[in-house]
Ligand binder design. Structure first.
Ligand SMILES: *Cc1c(COP(=O)(O)O)cnc(C)c1O
Length: 469
């Protein structure tokens, strides 16, 4: 298995070469040279496997340069009952006749990002031990990604995490989740400012190539290829749990922000998984819904991004979307580069009159948007009908999913977070907070540890330099 860049400017590379990286050197995204194919006999076999074995089978098709026994062991260490709360890892539960919930949020930070990030922790540790290297992950977070990265990397040899978060701007739950970690390789930097100030510092540090090289600075943002690959697994797993026979099609509905999660669903379908529809749900930040309805991808200026009650979907542009457009444009890097030039120049890409848009139906996407009122209404309705409390992102997905449901076709909605993380909306919808999973009852009472700093990149660089060599 080899990897290339969507923009055509990266020599073919193997999995370990691209594992620790972010953007490809030419500014594009890393993609497999071609998607592996799962035939009927393979799908039949995959249907019989438990989560870790299935994850190994799927991932081994994307990873050619880690010995199979080693990969199997890393995967088995990642997907355990201790970390994900059940043998099933990602349980599928039936809500109604043809309606299912895929529970991918039972990891340590109670959101689906743990599924990929936990694997990344083990892969990073393995690859760094082999090369004798070190990695200092620098990131900015408004809540979800940063905590998933910290819980995945805590205690891993060769890795340190420097995570910038806006002081006093995260929910008490998210703050406690991050700042209560006391592992010596995790550094929480509470920045006196807003999320954008944190991100500006990360960008300033990233522009200093010399500093980056000297201090082995890396990232784990949502464009990391291994994260997407790890997410392909749960689409296959959910299909296997729900389909009655190997040819049965299943539809998925996915609350989307940066297009990482649903991109994995698209790839699973390209690999031959019988997926009927991929239903993409957005909140009020409906850049992607607009694309799938009209063929126009219009980036939103950061100042025009709405702050919503499903905050993990508040995006101005969808950082993984380039991977899908690459496929849509016939995997032609020249056409992709021209398209992204237009995005950069005009802030928009209009494919509505193109040949590619003509073919969009074959990718089987549907889309819709949800608002604050929809999400509150959906949380209430699901609670009343099925006795279940869902989080606001999952509610966006269910709202849009139901609009596109077809009789007789199982619809799997991804539960991307647990409601305990988003207490205010749950109280608004139901009048009481969501139940907390065991072990999280006293989270906000635990001792917290962080260092407060100004959004000053020189000072933050000095802080990092003093802790790395
Ligand atoms: C990150 C996140 C999303 C969006 O996922 P993408 O991969 O960016 O599309 C949706 N819901 C929750 C709870 C998240 O944390």
């Amino acid at each position: 298995m080899h990897y290339v860049s969507t923009r055509g400017g990266m020599p073919r590379a193997e999995f370990k070469d691209i594992l620790l990286g972010g953007l490809a050197p030419d500014g594009g995204l890393v993609v497999p040279e071609r998607y592996p194919h799962l035939g009927v006999a393979e799908l039949e076999h995959l249907r019989t496997l438990d989560y870790p074995s299935l994850a190994f089978e799927v991932l081994s098709r994307f990873i050619g340069d880690i010995a199979p026994d080693t990969l199997r062991e890393l995967v088995a260490r990642t997907y355990t009952r201790e970390v994900f709360g059940s043998e099933a890892i990602a349980p599928v539960s039936r809500l109604d006749e043809d309606l299912y919930l895929l529970q991918v949020s039972n990891g340590p930070t109670l959101a689906f990002k743990d599924i990929a990030m936990q694997l990344l922790g083990h892969l990073f540790e393995h690859v760094l031990a082999e090369s004798g290297g070190q990695l200092n992950i620098l990131g900015a977070t408004s809540g979800d990604t940063g905590s998933a990265a910290e819980y995945a990397m805590r205690g891993k040899r060769g890795v340190q995490v420097f995570m910038l978060s806006p002081l006093g701007k995260m929910s008490p739950f998210q703050t406690a989740q991050m700042y209560s970690l006391d592992d010596p390789n995790i550094f929480n930097i509470a920045v006196r400012g807003v999320f954008d100030d944190c991100q500006d510092v990360v960008k300033a540090v990233s522009r200093d190539a010399d500093f980056k090289r000297r201090h082995h600075i890396g990232t784990v943002n949502s464009i990391n290829w291994a994260r997407v690959a790890a997410q392909v697994v749960y689409y296959v797993h959910a299909w296997a749990r729900v389909a009655r026979s190997v040819r049965d099609e299943v539809s998925f509905c996915v609350p989307s922000g940066n297009f990482g999660n649903i991109c994995a669903g698209h790839i699973a379908r390209q690999m031959g998984l019988p997926v009927r529809r991929l239903i993409l749900a957005t909140n009020e930040n409906d850049v992607l819904d607009q694309f799938f309805r009209c063929g126009v991808y219009q980036v939103r200026p950061p100042a025009a991004v709405h702050e919503t009650s499903s905050p993990s979907m508040d995006i101005s542009k969808a950082s993984n979307f380039e991977r899908f457009v690459f496929d849509l444009l016939g995997r032609d890097p020249d056409r992709l580069r021209a398209a992204w030039d237009a995005v950069e120049r005009d802030g928009a890409l209009d494919l509505s009159a193109s040949e590619a848009w003509h073919d969009i139906a074959r990718y089987a996407f549907a889309s819709g948007r949800s608002t604050h009122a929809d999400r509150v209404q959906t949380i209430r309705d699901v609670h009343r009908r099925y006795g279940r409390v869902i989080d606001p992102h999952t509610a966006d997905g269910l709202k849009v999913g139901r609009e596109h449901a077809e009789p007789g076709i199982p619809l799997v909605c991804l539960e991307t977070a647990l409601p305990a993380k988003f207490e205010a909306v749950i109280v608004e919808a139901l009048g009481t907070p969501a139940p907390r999973p065991p072990g999280y009852e006293d989270l906000e009472q635990r001792p917290q540890r962080c260092v407060e700093m100004d959004p000053d990149s020189a000072a933050i660089k000095a802080y990092i330099a003093a802790r790395t060599d």
